[in-house]
Write a protein that binds this ligand. Sequence first.
Ligand code: ADP
Length: 912
Amino acid sequence: MPDDTPLMQQWRDAKSRHRDALVFFRVGDFYELFNQDAEEGARLLGLTLTSRNNGAAARVPLAGIPVKALDEYLARLVRAGKRVAICEQVEDPAEARGIVRREVVETVTPGTVLHDALLADRRNTFLAAVVKGSGAPASEGSASGRPATDRPAPAEAPWALAALDLSTGEFTVRAVPAGTLADEVGRIEPAELLLPRSLQEDPALAGVASPLEGGPARTVRDDWVFDAELAREELQRRFGVRSLEGFGFRTEGEAGAEPGAPDDRDLVRAGGALVTYVHEIRPGGVAHLEPPRILRPGSAMVLDRMTRRNLELVEPLRAGAGEGGEGTLLAVLDRAATAMGGRLLRRWVLNPLVAPAEIWARQEAVEELVTEQGVRRRLRDALRRVADLERLAGKMGTGRGTPRDLRALARSLAQLPAVAEACGALSAPLLRTLTGELDLLAEVRALLDGALADDPPAALSEGGVIRPGFDEALDELRALRDGAVDFIASLQTRERERTGIASLKVGFNKVFGYYLEVTRANLDRVPDDYVRKQTLANGERYFTPELKEWEEKVFGAEDRMAQLEARLFGEVRERAAGETARLQKTARRVAALDVLAALAEGAEEGGYVRPEVHTGYDLEIEAGRHPVVETMMPREEFIPNDVRLAEDGFIVILTGPNMAGKSTVLRQVGLIQLLAQMGAFVPARRARLPVVDRIFTRVGASDNLARGESTFMVEMHETAAILHGASDRSLVLLDEIGRGTSTYDGVSIAWAVTEHLHEAVGCKTVFATHYHELTQLGDLLPGVVNRNVAVREAGDDIVFLRRLEPGGADRSYGIQVARLAGVPRSVIARAAELLHELEGTHSGGGEGLGRHGALRPRSEAPPDQLTLFTPEHPLLARLRNLALEEMTPLEALNLLSRLRAEARGDREPGAP
Ligand code: ADP
C-alpha cells in the first residue's frame, strides 16, 4: 500500500501480526477500528461506521470507541467469542519524533481476560490446552476405526490436558484417557481451548461442547507450538529452572517408571504450549503464573456431562432457569464469605474426592467447625472483610494493581491475624495444616499501610494516592502547592479591596487555569494590570502577572507531585508484587478455610450430618433428603426417605406413578453420595456411604435434538456409556430407560440392562421406571429389590405420600395423574374403559408381555375377528365342527377357498 499514511502503515503492521483478532488501535482518547475490523465492530457493537480519508484517494472504513468505555466493549466482544488485540501508544506523544510508536500490548481472548468487568467473581476463567498422547497410534480414538464389537473399547493412550487461570495464576496439567477427554474438559469448564491444528477435527473432541452450546472458544495453533522439546524449554525458561523434575514431571527413561506408564512428555507439551500462548497474548509477561501442578489420574471422581447436568451440580437443567445457577447444588451450598472461596467450592463440587483419607480429613475439619460455632462465626466475620486475594495477586503479577486494589490488599491482609487467631485452638489436622504458619505478609501490609492514603482515588493520575508522611519530598511539594493555592485564594479579598468590586471572584477551571472574574456591570472598574483571558456571557475573566506567577508555582508543584507519586506508587507496587508467590499461597489456604467453614455453616443451617464414609460396598441412607428440592418448600414439608443398596440388594427398582417423587429420591441418592465425597455433611438423619469410583446418571428425555439425534438414540448412547463405563464400585442412577421406543422394545431393553448390571457389573443401582413389569426381576434376581413411592387412593383420585415402601407399585396410576393434570373428563373416562379391557386380557401376568393386538374402536361392537381380547378365533370353531367325511372333494375345496378368503379378511360378493 504505497499510498498509506504512516498511521495506516502502522495499523497494517499490527493487523498482519493479529489476523485472527480485532485490532483496537489507540489514537488519542479513542481506540479506532479500521477496514474489516471496523465493519465487524460496527455490526457486533452497534458502532457508527464512518470513513477516513487515507491521504490519497482511498477511503478507509473506520469506527471508534472512547478509551473510557473499553471494558464494556471488550466484555461484549469476548462474550461473543472474539479476540481483541489492544494496540497502545507506547511513547509519550509529546516526546515522540514523527509518529507515535504503537505496539500490541495484550490480546484479550475469552480464556485470558483480566479485566474485572469481564470476570465472574465466583467462577474461574480457565484457559486449557489439549494434546494427543504421542504414543497413540494415528487412528486411535477414531469412531470409524473402532471394531464393531459389543466389548468396551480397549484402554486408549492418555491425552494430556493443561489448564490455567490467568487471573489467579493457578496452573495444572493432567493425563486423561481419550474416552473421558470431553468429560474432563467439561469439568474444567474452560472459556477457551487451545488445540494443535492436527486435532481440529479429531473425533475425541467431538464430545466437547461447541461454543454455540456454551462450550469453550477454540484457538488453533500450529503443531510445532506443542513440540515436546520446545515446550520443555519454554517451561524451563519461564519458571527459571534447569529441569522440570522439581515440579514432579517424570523424565524419560526414569528408573522405576512402569512400562507404558503415562508419558509426562505429553504433560510438558500441553503445559509448555499453554505458556507459549500466554506470552503471545501478553508479551509484557505474567509474573504470577504458578509452576504447573501435576494432577495424577485418580485424584478426583470422573463426572461426565450427563451426570453434571442431571444432578444439576452447578448449572440448572432447564436452560434459562436463572443465570445465577439457582436450583443447583452449588447454589444451596455456597455460603462462602469470599469470592475465592466461592470459586474453590465450585471446583470441589465438580471434583469429588476418591481417596478415603482425603475425604475423612475434610469431614473432620467440617465437623470441628460445625461444633465450634464461636470459632466459625469469628472466622467468617474476618473472612467477609477479605477481598479477592487470588485475583489481587494476579493483578500484581501483570502490573495492573490500581491504588484501590493495593488498598484492598492492605485491608485484607489486616484481617489475616484475626483469621489465624480464630482458628488457633482448632485441632483437625487439615485445619492445622491450613492455618499453621499462615503467612500473614505482615511487612507487605506495613508497607502498604504506610504508603497508601486511607481512601485513594481509583486512578493514580487523580493524585492523593500516597499517604502524607511517607515521602518527605512529596510532603514538601504538597506544602508548596497548598501554600500557593492559599495565596491565590487570599487574592480575592485583596483584589476586592483594591478594585472596589465587591462581586469579584477568584476561580479555577481545567482549561484556563486560575482567573479573576468580573461581571459586566463592573467592567469599567477593572484595573490596567488585568489581562483578559476569557469572555463570558455576562462578564470577563482576567489574570494578573502576580496571579500568573502563583499559578505557575501551583502547576509546577502539581506536575512534580504527579511524577513523584507515580514513581513512589510504582515502587510500592513493585515491592508488593515481589511477594506474589507468598500471597498466592496464603490466598489458597484462606479459600480452603472459607469453603470448610461455609460447608459447616450449611451443615448446621440445613440439619446435615457427617456421613460415615467407608471403604466397603454398602450404601445406607436413613431419612435422606434432596438438598435442593427441600429448600424449595417450607421446612418439614419434604418427606425424608431411607435407601439401602447393599450386597443382598444392590439394585433397587423404583416404581410409582408419575409425580410420585421417583426422580427426587433417585437424585437425592446421587447428591448425598457426591456431597459425602466432597467431604461435606449430608441431608439425612444418618448415612453410611462407600467411596464410589463414579456416579452415572441417565435421566428422562434429553434435549439433544439440536444435535440431530433422536431422543431414543441419545438415550441408547447414554445407556451404552454407562454399561461400558460402570464398575462394581460405581453408583448408577437410571431414570427411565426405553421410553423413546415402543413399550415392548422399551421394557425388553430395560429388563436386559438390569440383568447386565446385576450379572456382569455389580454396581449399586437405582432404577426408576414406570414399567411395573420390571418388578418381576425382584423375584428372579437375588440382588434386585423393589421399592415404590407410595400413593393412597381416595375414590378415583390419588394422594402422593412421597414415602418409599418395600415392593413394587402394582399399577401406574397414569389415568389418575392425567386427571390431576386437567385432561378432559370424557378422555379420562374412555382411557379408564380401555385400561379395564387391557387388564382383563392380561390377567395371565407376565405372559402378557408377548401379546400383540389392537383395541376396538369406541363405536363398534366386537367384530368377528382376532383381537387381543378374543380367546379363540371363530374359524377354529368352524373347523372343529366340520363333517369332512360327508363332503365331496369339490365341496371341500370350495370351503377351503372360502376359509382362506375369510382368514385374509376378503369380503367376496356372495360369500357367506
Ligand atoms: P417422579 O419422578 O415420580 O415423576 P418427581 O421426583 O419429579 O416425581 O417429584 C415430583 C414432585 O414431587 C417434585 O417436584 C417435588 O415437588 C415433589 N416431591 C418429590 N419428592 C418429595 C418428597 N420426598 N417430599 C416432598 N415433596 C416431594
